[in-house]
Design a protein. Structure first.
Length: 129
């Protein structure tokens, strides 16, 4: 069932934006559709970059186990759990953060790329509130 009040509000919003720009409402809708693709591609690229950083960091994690965060004693390195633990902890927090950013941006790129009309509709409705 379609809400005619909401449809009329959206159409009047498109007409008002078109009147300010000096174009028809159909052209404004086309701008929103093109913007959906731009938004989707931008989110996809940022998500892929964050995912690549997360994967690269995950590949580096096993090598960190061999790094020596110890202190010098008599010219020799001595393992020191007071410095190793926080280093591994913050490194893992960074990986989780980049993973979360990657998932968020990749998720947000799905709707604009696969259904740009729905994304445009969401933008118009959110601008009306």
């Amino acid at each position: 069932m379609q809400d005619n009040g909401l449809t009329q509000q959206i159409l009047s919003r498109l007409d008002a934006i078109g009147a300010k720009l000096g174009v028809a409402a159909q052209a404004v809708w086309g701008f929103y559709i093109r913007q959906a693709y731009v938004e989707g591609i931008t989110c996809l690229l940022i998500g892929l970059l964050a995912l690549a950083l997360c994967i690269a960091g995950s590949c580096l994690l096993p090598r960190m186990w061999n790094w020596d965060f110890g202190i010098m004693e008599d010219g020799y390195r001595k393992k020191n759990s007071h410095t190793e633990g926080p280093a591994y902890f913050f490194y893992c927090i960074g990986l989780v953060t980049f993973g979360g950013v990657a998932v968020t941006y990749l998720y947000n790129s799905v709707t604009p790329l696969l259904n740009p009309g729905y994304w445009a509709f969401q933008q118009l409705v959110s601008n009306m509130k």
